[in-house]
Write a protein of this length. Sequence first.
Length: 127
Amino acid sequence: MPSTHKQEANVKDSVESREIQIKWDSALPPPAILAEYDKSVPGAAERYFSMWESEAEFRRTEDRKEADRRFGLSRLGMLLGFVVNMGAFGTAVWLASWGMNGASIAAIVAAVMTNLVFFSSFTQKKQ
């Protein structure tokens, strides 16, 4: 028996660790990894899909709200621009009716120049 103790004394425990990194370029993991999750936690794959679907629906809803808000602001801007232009042209007509031709021409030129500057800056932002 003494030889048995010598053999046990020479035995060393070794610990080995490994690290594996897996990356994927989609919102969903590869099917093999999803199956492994489902083995570890039953129903995990279904919960992952429902979470992913609800997040996608939330993003679509928020995008729709943002598009509606921008459209509303665009319409408001067009309405206010129309009011300002009609005011300028109305002022020009009123001034002309009172015999102030120079002032009426200045009001019309100011309205036209304002429109030109606005639309030229708008087209430059889009490019």
